[in-house]
Design a binder for this molecule. Sequence first.
Ligand SMILES: *[C@@H]1O[C@H](CO)[C@@H](O)[C@H](O)[C@H]1NC(C)=O
Ligand SMILES: *[C@@H]1O[C@H](CO)[C@@H](O)[C@H](O)[C@H]1NC(C)=O
Ligand SMILES: *[C@@H]1O[C@H](CO)[C@@H](O)[C@H](O)[C@H]1NC(C)=O
Length: 454
Amino acid sequence: MSDLANGLKSPLLSHPKLSAHFLRTKNFFHVSAIFVFAILCVLTFIYSNQSVRNSTTQTLKFIPSAYERPLSQRAKIENGNTSHIFVNSRNINSNVRNNQYEGEEEDYPTKKDYRQEIKKVLQETREDIQEELFGYHYPPGISAEKLIPEKGGKPLQSVIITTWRSGSTFLGDVLQSVPATMYHYEPLLDFDILQIRGAPIAGVALKRLKKLLTCNYTGLEEDYLSYGQEHTWLLEHNFRLWNKCTVRPYLCWEPQFLSPFCKLFPFQIMKVVRVRLSLVEELLEDNNLNVRILLMVRDPRGTMQSRRHREWCPGHPDCWDPLRLCADLVADYSAALRLSAKYPKRFKAIRYEDLSLEPYKMVEELFNFFGLYLHPKVVEFLDTHTKNNIGGVSSTYRDSKSAPFHWRTDLDHSQVKSIQKVCKPAMHLWGYVLAHNQTHQRVFNPILPSFQLV
Ligand SMILES: *[C@@H]1O[C@H](CO)[C@@H](O)[C@H](O)[C@H]1NC(C)=O
Ligand SMILES: *[C@@H]1O[C@H](CO)[C@@H](O)[C@H](O)[C@H]1NC(C)=O
Ligand SMILES: *[C@@H]1O[C@H](CO)[C@@H](O)[C@H](O)[C@H]1NC(C)=O
């Protein structure tokens, strides 16, 4: 090629015949080059398409591919062989969007260093927490020592029970803005797109919730932690943990690190979208725990509209069928009545719409309920997150007053009618008003004001 290019510039080209020959050769060369290039393009396209498709199916179907990973491939620090840890951290590596771990091979620790590393990170976090808690207002008779598990305390545990697309991402982040909070985000992600309404799966699920609330990660290696390595958003939402993970990815899937790390935090929050309310009474009954439970419901028309935009929802009846959603809302209502009579101080139910319309007032109420101090950081979070729409669909930057009501314009009246047809009892219980026709739907107020659980 360079010969040809040089040839084209050579004085020989001044000769007309030679020049014509060269031009023909040049054309021929160009045509073949373009042809070869086109083939390469097609191949590249097919290949990349293939891998995009593979990674999409994996994400969308929530295939717990790590399940299949044999035990022998997992890091077994307790046996004194850390040679696998790097395998694990590579796995994380390939799953983190911005590849922030690249080039950390040399930092891979030996077993002895590894223990030192855990100690170091724990001490670092202890200091972070102490700093964060500076100026925190504790409830009367309570101090940090009484709340921090590693000091023998019982943490305040705030649990949100809700379902997909009901505004809980926002509330979870509000609670996470409280200093020194450990966030157990969607602890049942690996259960796929299904609702847990009873035995036998409820037993496994509740056991998981209890283990996390007591900071016991032992025994979660094969499901929760394996799954998390392939679906890192399981821990990414917990930014206080994830900040440590991005620096030392080999630590973050190990009970030896996670359990003591979790025990540093006086405030533990958990949001669960896959377990129906009646089942979590077990958490309120458990004397080892100190949980308060909030049920958050949303207008089923808003929930269904929001779910339409999620790829993982269609094809899963628990997510896609309004009849199931609304049967759950009815069942949750009767469970809510029972729990609020039995545990008036430890159970509460709210509607997402009320939270959105009056975020400051409602958050203050919620914090009183949870026994949390409305720290300036929380107010700052509300100031920056309730006023305008920034970011994508799962973003919690939003205009909180209009976000819950988009369905009125996004859904046709025929779609609304078909939801209302199966949701009338649920809507009646939770104080949602029926839309009568297309015109009415666009302008009416869909919520009855000042809802109270009666
Ligand atoms: C650690 O495990 C690896 C892989 O299973 C093995 O090849 C290596 O010999 C082990 N090292 C020690 C010190 O046991
Ligand atoms: C943690 O969980 C494991 C497995 O379920 C159990 O054997 C162990 O006793 C628990 N540890 C504590 C401190 O409760
Ligand atoms: C739509 O419903 C409203 C409220 O019930 C009613 O006042 C209005 O007449 C209806 N409009 C049409 C076109 O039916």
